[in-house]
Design a protein around this ligand. Structure first.
Ligand code: GGG
Length: 357
């Protein structure tokens, strides 16, 4: 069956890693006899905004809603468009309008990569961050008063709904149930954030009663970030609100040596709308245009997309190819962030060759 995939590279290094993501998917499609039908869109980028005054066309929802999946690069080019305009105008619209309420982000120390944490080896860091993806701190509820005067006031609310909290917790508990260690950690800050976070904790405690086999613990976000660095082996499935999950899912991959390899899936579990797959990293203006961005986050996101579409063997083969190339340690292939002198293209080609078998 043909799978229709919308490809949106976005900004900065999104344009450099995306071709390698597609190259890897093409290799997997050939080997596993899949019919992947890619359609490329130029919207969702700051260049599009500069030309059209908006990040997306008015009919973007109609254009994208019948795709089987969205394959996304990165958004943001602050030199020309403020970050809150580019993010709210594109990626956050996809997540909200397509009700992609789960943001699933694996953190795994891969073979061949040196963790910045002393003495850590592959196997020591292997957990998932499950991030609430449509509400929480990322609500646009708030406003400004008396702008430009001494009395200037700005405020922004956190929105937690019972449905929104419970559905992300349920996903995280279900995921923990599939893992050998059956452990779930909740990120909170109920000592300082005195209404929404105690509510989050209450819902975790209630949900835990339905999952007696899962070991549940919770940490305030401040000490949790410290424990990510000090004891990454403690974690299995970590669930957090939109902001906490965002922070943890950059920190986790950083503990695995480079954020360049981290993938993510923005999932609408019911399948009412397409899910979106993108690297955790952003557009990285500091290295954009140099051809040295690590394409693994994009390729691994492609692997998650294939698994989501029901092609687990093909997705697994892509991850195995990534592991083999990293283990081989060919410095001419690897990008500088993982100790090589290669380019985005050399690393992408090396992985695609392994996928091809
Ligand atoms: N590929 C991920 C990306 O472009 N991220 C930009 C960003 O700022 N994301 C914030 C978020 O994921 O909420």
């Amino acid at each position: 069956m043909s799978q229709r995939i919308a490809v949106i590279a976005g900004d900065g290094i999104g344009n450099e890693v995306m071709p390698e993501g597609v190259r890897a998917l093409d290799a997997a499609a050939k080997r596993f006899n899949l019919d992947l039908d890619f359609h490329t869109f130029d919207f969702g980028s700051c260049d599009y905004y500069l030309e059209h005054g908006q990040m997306l066309p008015d009919d973007w929802f109609e254009q994208l809603k019948d795709f089987d999946a969205l394959f996304y690069g990165a958004v943001g080019w602050p030199a020309t468009v403020p970050d809150h305009i580019s993010l709210w105008g594109s990626l956050l619209q996809f997540r909200r309008q397509f009700d992609q309420y789960i943001n699933l982000r694996p953190c795994k120390l891969m073979p061949g990569i040196k963790s910045p944490l002393a003495g850590r080896a592959p196997g020591d860091i292997d957990f998932y961050v499950v991030r609430e993806n449509t509400e929480g701190e990322y609500s646009s509820v708030g406003g400004k008063m008396f702008e430009g005067t001494e009395r200037e006031v700005v405020m922004q609310e956190t929105v937690m709904t019972r449905t929104g909290v419970d559905r992300v917790l349920k996903y995280a508990f279900d995921l923990a149930q599939t893992r050998p260690r059956k452990k779930l950690t909740s990120a909170t800050k109920s000592n300082g954030i005195s209404i929404t976070m105690p509510y989050w904790d209450e819902r975790v405690a209630k949900m835990a009663k339905s999952y007696p086999e899962i070991a549940v613990d919770k940490f305030h976000i401040d000490i949790l970030t410290a424990n990510f660095v000090l004891h990454p082996d403690w974690f299995d499935v970590v669930v957090g609100s939109n902001l906490f999950g965002d922070i943890l899912s950059d920190l986790g991959p950083a503990c695995t040596g480079t954020i360049g390899i981290a993938p993510s899936a923005n999932i609408n579990p019911e399948g009412n709308f397409p899910s979106l797959f993108e690297p955790v990293h952003g557009s990285a203006p500091d290295i954009a245009g140099k051809g040295i961005a690590n394409p693994i986050g994009q390729i691994w996101s492609g692997a998650m997309m294939l698994e989501h579409l029901g092609y687990k063997a093909a997705g697994d083969a892509m991850v195995t190819a990534i592991e083999e190339v990293l283990s081989a340690g060919d410095s001419q292939a690897l990008t500088p962030d993982v100790g090589g002198q290669g380019t985005t293209e050399s690393l992408g080609k090396a992985i695609a060759e392994r996928i091809a078998g």
